[in-house]
Design a protein around this ligand. Sequence first.
Ligand code: SAH
Length: 261
Amino acid sequence: MKAKKSLGQHFLRSEKALRAIVETGDINHGETILEIGPGRGVLTKKLLEAGAKVIAVEKDDELYELLRQVYEKEIENGKLELIHGDIIEFDLSKLAAKTYKLVANIPYNITGAILKKFLETNCQPERIVLLVQKEVAKRIVAQDGKESILSVSVKVYGAPRYIETVKAGSFTPMPKVDSAIILIDNISKKYFAHFSEKDFFTTVRTGFKSKRKKLSSNLSAIFAKEKVLETFRKLNLDENLRAEDVGIETWGKLVTHLCSD
Ligand code: SAH
């Protein structure tokens, strides 16, 4: 069976990486783990061995068939629920378990869509452990002058941590770049107690709009310039600040002031 590029198929073959992923998942016996793209089932096997109840969603027809045969027993005794489908279309409100964790080596071409789906939903996982491209992992945890829409969008929902690098040679076929295990812990929507997610993301996207402009100038595209400058003064923020300099705490204050009448 040839690996399909269109489905982002890079199969993990490093025992060390597999162990690190499962360890980072901090799996308790009997808890539900959702796995995206089980592939040939290397991670699925470890998750089952750790005592998890695994729900695995695989899009590929052939791999789904293969897994169904290999894991016939586990499927029969309810340890593994194998779902043939696209994770992006998967309805999370259908999950029977109240709490679950997302643990997976995902297809990299849908990393952004996966993060968005699992962080913005009302059925958030307790924690997320993913293998992603190393550069993406670095961008997610970046701070102090290196914030981005991506880093901010993750941090408002949970605490991301760069766990470890996984070399390109740990996969077959070998991807072009190195990967990394990332953990997103303490997931919740607590951050949005005083303003809406909609107002927040509109403000952040506007703030990052033009790379060459200061944050205050970008924000003046949708808020009155006077209000923006007054808010900066009130919050003791430097007028020359760039969006990349702003952490989620300050973003929260900005949105609170700017989006109130
Ligand atoms: N987890 C396996 C395979 C990783 S490769 C391993 O570590 O070896 C990515 C896997 O995701 C492949 O099995 C691919 O078929 C599957 N996949 C790709 N797009 C998907 C989607 N939209 N929904 C579910 N699975 C998908």
